[in-house]
Ligand binder design. Structure first.
Ligand code: ZN
Length: 309
């Protein structure tokens, strides 16, 4: 064997090693994912509500998984929200926005990154929405803004509380100002909810950042968060570069944000249904032992809600 064939064989070996590395799609389609203890079966994680049994990391989940866990399978009705014109700015960078949308729709089986449902919790009828981080990083464009507005309108028309599971990196840059205006639109809609004395509850999930934190994620009457969720406006590196200081351990995690008062309650995924249900019962003075008719404070079922808004 001369040196040329040796080099060629070595080249083949390298090619094989490079080929073996899984692509993003391979990882998505695999039965395995990884956490603190190395590989873990997705099935095993799912049985534990997508929470790692060892380190309690709350893994990211999609909207359907979220609603199945909180409201129960087949216990909610998905509402069709309006979809405005795709790609109004004809945005193209390394890839066109239209192609990104196509890929996201195929990957998530959703028309936009926000899903709105009519459901109930603790026998209280509510409207709820959740965001899917897998849909272009959970970013908010016109369609997502419309979905949230539609959900709030549904809540007001039916005089129901509105529950929002937030996640996402912020406003969608491919829609520029149109995306940014969703911050104002959702904020005004939430004000309408409060004018109607309807509770607005937020549950911050990993990650909630950018314009989402700067608008509807921080306007809840009560703000829940899942443990260890990233809750931020600007990224840690940006802040560190600006103030030229080391940032403390756990900076921008829900436990840290709770200490500074931006989060009211950190609730593990397995307890969310019960905690949200009991808070709503208290706010609306329904179904709860403390709300019996003999209780003097239950004269006006809306007083506490008013105080909260
Ligand atoms: Zn783990």
């Amino acid at each position: 064997m001369n040196w040329i064939t040796k080099v060629l064989k070595f080249g083949e070996k390298i090619k094989r090693v490079i080929k073996k590395r899984p692509s993003k799609e391979d990882i998505d389609n695999s039965d395995w994912t990884s956490c603190c203890q190395g590989p873990i079966l997705k099935k095993e994680l799912e049985e534990n509500l997508f929470v790692c049994p060892s380190c309690k990391k709350h893994h990211r989940i999609n909207c359907r998984q979220r609603f199945d866990i909180i409201f129960g399978k087949n216990n909610y009705e998905i509402l069709q929200t309006p979809i405005p014109q795709d790609d109004p700015l004809n945005w193209v960078d390394s890839k066109s926005y239209i192609d990104r949308l196509k890929d996201a729709r195929k990957k998530t089986a959703m028309e936009c990154g926000v899903m709105v449902v009519a459901t109930q919790i603790n026998n209280i009828k509510i409207t709820a929405c959740a965001s899917d981080f897998a849909f272009i990083g959970g970013s908010v464009g016109a369609a997502e803004g419309e979905a949230i507005l539609y959900g709030i309108q549904h809540a007001i028309e039916n005089q129901q509380p509105f529950l929002n599971f937030t996640s996402g990196g912020g406003m969608r840059m491919f829609e520029s100002l149109i995306a940014l205006s969703q911050m104002t639109r959702t904020t005004l809609a939430i004000n309408e909810l409060k004018n109607n004395n309807l509770p607005y509850l937020v549950c911050l999930t990993d990650p909630t950042a950018g314009g989402i934190t700067a608008s509807y994620a921080m306007l809840g009457d009560i703000a829940f968060a899942e443990p260890g969720a990233l809750i931020a406006f600007a990224g840690k590196k940006v802040i560190q570069g600006t103030i030229k200081e080391e940032l403390p351990e756990g900076f921008q995690k829900s436990e840290y944000v709770e200490k500074s008062g931006f989060v009211d309650l950190i609730v593990e995924r397995k307890n969310l249904r019960e905690r949200i249900g009991s808070i709503l019962s208290i706010l609306l003075k329904k179904n709860s032992a403390i709300n019996s008719e003999t209780n003097e404070t239950s004269k006006d079922s809306r007083t506490l809600t008013k105080a909260a808004s």
